[in-house]
Design a protein around this ligand. Structure first.
Ligand SMILES: NC(=O)c1ccc[n+]([C@@H]2O[C@H](COP(=O)([O-])OP(=O)(O)OC[C@H]3O[C@@H](n4cnc5c(N)ncnc54)[C@H](OP(=O)(O)O)[C@@H]3O)[C@@H](O)[C@H]2O)c1
Length: 238
């Protein structure tokens, strides 16, 4: 069993990822009110935690690499830190590039999803920081197995997948998204090639959503003109 996974993102009307690039709020509309919707909706799901990709995690984690010498050879098996009933901050970091310096991001306990290829020195650093970790196969590509471990080892039943676009695309390809929760900001990015909220990077011609359909289950206009859409993902046999 794996947790239910809801991809929760805010975007411009053209599906772009970076709020700093969006047109400004219209006169009389508060930017702070628009921004506040994301966390409010996040909280309303009462999830067990959230998942982010390595690049997003690198921006959020504030630690520095420590290069611990003479680290023991750690077995490549799950390490469960002191979760203390906190929510989980799950980072998908196959080659162990994120440095935390503590056991949490914003108060939520970090669980790093790694490839078995990471160094023993890196595992020693995570253990010193109190960070939990699990392995997603040799190169970190077994996202499905990793999600099952989050349920088995941490009791996660519901997780929010919160970007960036690359990791959202990978989860879509692996059929791991059960619902999209999309907040559409009243603005536009408008530039060709700008990152979008689902940005699968796979072989040419591959369709990450193949065999899946989206059914609208909720549509709500929020204060300031943000629109909240919820789509259930249904699997098809074809
Ligand atoms: N709308 C928003 O407000 C919002 C929300 C979240 C993030 N963001 C922004 O999004 C940007 C980062 O987005 P992003 O899409 O470039 O990066 P991302 O999704 O955060 O991370 C991508 C990385 O995840 C790792 N990964 C692990 N398994 C993967 C797989 N199967 N397929 C693909 N990647 C996998 C790879 O790390 P390795 O390269 O180490 O292999 C890859 O480079 C940041 O600037 C962040 O601020 C915006």
């Amino acid at each position: 069993m794996r947790p239910t996974i809801i991809c929760h993102m805010s975007t411009s009307i053209d599906g772009r990822l970076h709020p700093s690039r969006f047109t400004r709020a219209a006169p009389g509309i508060s930017w702070d009110v628009l921004r506040s919707h994301y966390e409010k909706v996040h909280d309303s799901f009462e999830a067990d935690g959230w998942i982010i990709g390595r690049r997003t995690a690198s921006e959020m984690a504030k630690g520095a690499e420590r290069n611990i010498a003479s680290a023991p050879k750690w077995p490549r098996e799950a390490h469960i830190g002191d979760v203390k009933a906190r929510k989980l901050a799950v980072t998908i970091d196959p080659s162990g590039q994120v440095h935390y310096g503590k056991d949490n991001i914003g108060g939520d306990h970090v669980v790093a999803v790694l490839g078995e290829q990471v160094s023993d020195a890196y595992l020693a650093e995570l253990r010193e920081d109190g960070v939990s970790y699990i392995f997603a196969g040799a190169k970190g590509g077994d996202l499905s197995g990793a999600m099952q471990q989050l349920a088995a080892h941490f009791g996660a039943q519901k997780l929010l997948l919160e970007g960036g676009g690359k990791i959202n695309g990978a989860f879509l390809k692996h059929r791991l998204i059960d619902e999209f929760s999309t907040l559409i900001y009243p603005g536009v990015d408008g530039v060709a090639g700008s990152d979008s909220i689902v940005d699968y990077t796979g072989p040419e011609g591959d369709r990450p959503g193949a065999g899946q359909t989206l059914r609208l289950i909720h549509c709500e206009a929020l204060e300031g003109g943000m629109v909240w859409l919820r789509h259930k993902v249904e699997r098809r046999a074809d």
